[in-house]
Design a protein around this ligand. Structure first.
Ligand code: SAH
Length: 348
């Protein structure tokens, strides 16, 4: 196990067989070594800094019908909301006061947020908070749309690729969504000049070591500035409601492997990890994660952005707990500075 870890850390590559060993080994010392090496790698590139992003969930309306997602179009019995521009700006104001210098605007694919409305919101935030980064996570849009949003002041975009295996993709999504369009979006975003985040759920239905291997190869090829991974958690009312959740253990191993393959990546310890396990976020950091994204949405709407069951939006996942989050990071020897936390080209 230690040999494999040393190999992937130096070669920044791995074979399918090595991935299988890393994911299935029950050699506790070896797994500890994997986490430790990944944590050290993050520290080598970013020092002891952990970056905080304020997550604003702007709408749970969605025209898509992803089989895993609790806010999919055909989901019944949830109340749908969308924030107004004023509400979004209030979130930014609150977040700025709490020390956030990145705002992540995420939502379902809601046609109400067309380019004119979205560009107006982005431009206003950009003008009012010129020292902050604006990250968008609004799903698939046209290249022209991504370009307009970039010109309006957005500089980062999160769009998980979900799986790098086209057949697997088709089992997670309805026929009208396509693997190739998702990939097209990621490439357009890169070309336009965004810092781009791809990613996937750990333990999604039909995922295999083979599809995971392809996910890692995609990360090696695309070299995204950010990678978002978290365990799949079933959402009541969806076609995958009865599927088992992904595990904390597999998520931590994959965080560590991604850190070793791509040392300078910005890698969040996601809310889904914190939802599955109380100390999930801390464990994620000790396995190589270096970003946390607490929830900055208006409290009255947090429960409605229910992409999976029991999603945390309180305590360590709530932006108003920024001070407590900082304290618990300090206890781990880390600090969370009030800065944008941009991608750093790795110094070799
Ligand atoms: N509409 C945007 C944002 C989607 S929500 C987009 O298409 O990018 C962000 C991520 O949540 C998704 O990319 C998906 O990977 C994750 N997600 C959705 N349902 C989930 C579930 N049941 N369990 C865990 N993660 C889920």
């Amino acid at each position: 196990m230690q040999n494999i870890v040393d190999y992937i850390a130096s070669a920044r590559d791995l074979s399918l067989e090595q991935l299988m060993k890393l994911m299935t080994a029950d050699d506790i010392e070896g797994v500890k070594y994997l986490f430790q090496k990944a944590h050290e790698t993050a520290q080598r590139v970013y020092g002891n800094k952990i970056f905080m992003r304020g997550l604003i969930e702007i709408s749970n309306h969605c025209k898509n019908d992803c089989l895993y997602c609790g806010i999919r179009r055909s989901q019944q019995g949830i109340s749908r909301y969308r924030l107004t521009k004023e509400e979004i700006l209030e979130c930014c104001q609150q977040g700025y006061g709490l020390g956030f210098r990145t705002f992540v605007l995420q939502g379902g694919e809601d046609g109400w947020f067309d380019d004119d409305r979205m560009c107006d919101i982005v431009a206003t935030i950009h003008q009012q908070y010129p020292d902050c980064a604006i990250t968008l996570s609004l799903g698939e849009r046209s290249r022209e749309s991504y370009q307009r949003l970039y010109d309006a002041g957005a500089s980062r975009y999160l769009l998980r690729h979900e799986t790098a295996d086209a057949k697997h993709y088709a089992k997670l999504h309805p026929a009208e969504m396509s693997y190739s369009n998702r990939q097209r979006c990621l490439h357009d975003l890169k070309e336009i000049g965004y810092q781009v985040g791809c990613g996937f759920m750990v333990g999604s239905p039909f995922q295999t070591l083979d599809t995971l291997y392809q996910d890692l190869q995609l990360i090696r090829r695309l070299k995204p500035e950010m990678v978002g991974i978290g365990p799949f958690i079933p959402a009541t009312g969806t076609p995958f409601a009865d599927r088992p959740a992904g595990t904390v253990d597999a998520t931590l191993r994959l965080l560590a492997i991604i850190r070793l393959l791509h040392p300078s990546v910005l890698l969040p310890a996601t809310t889904a990890l914190g939802t599955l396990y109380p100390q999930g976020r801390e464990l994620g950091i000790l396995a190589g994660a270096n970003v946390v994204m607490p929830n900055l949405s208006p409290k009255s709407h947090r429960k409605e952005y229910s992409i999976y069951d029991n999603k945390l939006a309180t305590g360590s996942e709530a932006a108003e707990s920024a001070a407590e989050i900082r304290t618990s990071l300090h206890e781990m020897g880390a600090e969370a500075p009030a800065d944008r936390g941009d991608y750093r080209m790795e110094e070799n």
